[in-house]
Design a binder for this molecule. Structure first.
Ligand SMILES: Cc1ncc(COP(=O)(O)O)c(C=O)c1O
Length: 390
């Protein structure tokens, strides 16, 4: 038999998706894969019903329906504070997942280097392999997940084509400060590098922090490829709608990659999601409040359970330090936790390039009742660990 592509040798199965299967196996509360267990806004659901009757049901314009690009341009122009041309500077994709892949394939040649902060969202490693790029990892150092400026500049000195910036960050919950973004922007200019952002949590930032768009930093629009998605903003992770925003000459090429990869995002869903984009500004404020409240509920629970963590400022994840509970691997600990405590988390090592084994990641995009039950179970953890050791 012929052999399958060597490209796949560097691949492992997604640990996040694997943990969802383990959660199901043990009937554990799934705080591993980051998706809500609550519904999208009713306006979006009602629009979906209407679209089922009235269409569209056939292919849309490959780079996104005119109405969706116009609605996205209106919203992003407002939030980003820079004008975005709906006809020249946006491609609608199948989630930020495709947006990131399209961006990487649009700017990288095989053998190009790409700077990636570690810990990182696991797709970036696979994206790099798929487009033949070589990642240069720069650590975000626990517990506060800050980077060392000199270390970052050393990575830029290796002539990378792009840096990937996940802000707010999954898995750490870090929200990059304006000063940090400015430092990255200055390096990108100095070493003539693209910045590919993944900003799927742009609207999930807890007060007093504020999301700053890299593309809006003076002089950065021309070298920033902004990827984002409607998955998290409207609790529709299954709809698979995202987008790339970039200058016209980049978008012209991104459109080609996107067209040949997927032809386009689902036409009926592009139509229905307009109801979300037309929601008033208060929606985004209430989303921020909702997640601030969920963070407090869950973190208070972690305090009561005696768990140590780094407080997230954005996104809906928290990294918990498990050093005192296990001498085994974080994967073994996560399996044990799902089975014996009934709560599923993601082993932190799946996000780190370095050999870091003492974190697990929970997410808190769940109904209050689900979080309260998860906390109740987590409060039994310490005793179960003691019994296990005895
Ligand atoms: C940082 C980050 N990027 C992208 C995604 C996937 O987004 P989408 O559903 O838009 O493909 C996720 C999902 O958890 C994520 O955390």
């Amino acid at each position: 038999m012929p052999e399958i592509s060597e490209r796949l040798n560097g691949f492992t199965e997604s640990v996040i998706r694997k943990m969802t299967r383990i959660a199901n196996k043990y009937d554990a509360i799934n705080l591993s894969q980051g998706f809500p267990d609550f519904d999208p806004p009713k306006e979006i659901k009602e629009a979906l019903i209407k679209v089922a009757e009235e269409g569209p049901h056939q292919y849309e314009i490959t780079w996104g329906s005119q109405k969706l690009r116009e609605a996205l341009s209106k919203k992003q122009t407002k939030f980003m504070g820079i004008p975005i041309d709906p006809n020249k500077e946006i491609v609608v994709t199948c989630g930020s997942t495709e947006a990131m892949m399209v961006s990487m394939m649009t700017v990288c040649n095989p053998g190009d280097k790409v700077v990636v902060f570690s810990p990182f969202y696991e797709n970036y490693g696979a994206d790099a392999i798929l487009c033949g790029a070589d990642p240069i990892y720069v650590p975000l150092n626990p517990p506060h997940f800050n980077f060392d400026k000199e270390e970052l500049e050393n990575a830029f000195k290796q002539n990378p084509k792009a840096i990937i910036l996940c802000n707010p960050s999954n898995p750490t919950g870090k929200v990059f400060t304006l000063e940090e973004l400015q430092f990255i922007a200055d390096l990108a200019k100095k070493y003539d590098t693209f910045v590919i952002t993944d900003e799927v949590y742009e609207h999930i930032v807890m007060k007093p922090h504020k999301h700053q768009y890299m593309a809006a930093i003076p002089g950065m629009f021309e070298r920033t490829i902004s990827c984002s998605s409607l998955s998290k903003t409207y609790a529709i992770t299954g709809w698979r709608i995202g987008y790339v925003i970039a200058p016209e000459h980049i978008i012209e090429n991104a459109k080609k990659v996107h067209d040949f990869l997927t032809v386009g995002a689902a036409a009926p869903l592009q139509a229905a999601v307009l109801a979300g984009l037309n929601l008033p500004d208060e929606y985004y404020e209430s989303l921020r409040e909702l997640y601030t409240q969920k963070r407090e509920l869950f973190l208070n629970g972690l305090d009561e359970a005696g768990l140590k963590y780094t407080k997230p400022d954005g996104a809906y994840y928290v990294m918990v330090d498990i050093s005192e509970f296990t001498e085994g691997t974080d994967m073994e600990f996560c399996e044990w936790l799902a089975k014996e405590v009934g709560v599923a988390a993601v082993p932190g090592s799946s996000f780190f390039k370095e050999d870091v084994n003492n974190f697990i990641r929970f997410h808190f995009a769940k109904k209050d009742d689900t979080l309260i039950e998860a906390v109740r179970r987590l409060k039994t953890l310490k005793e179960k660990v003691r019994n296990r050791k005895a």
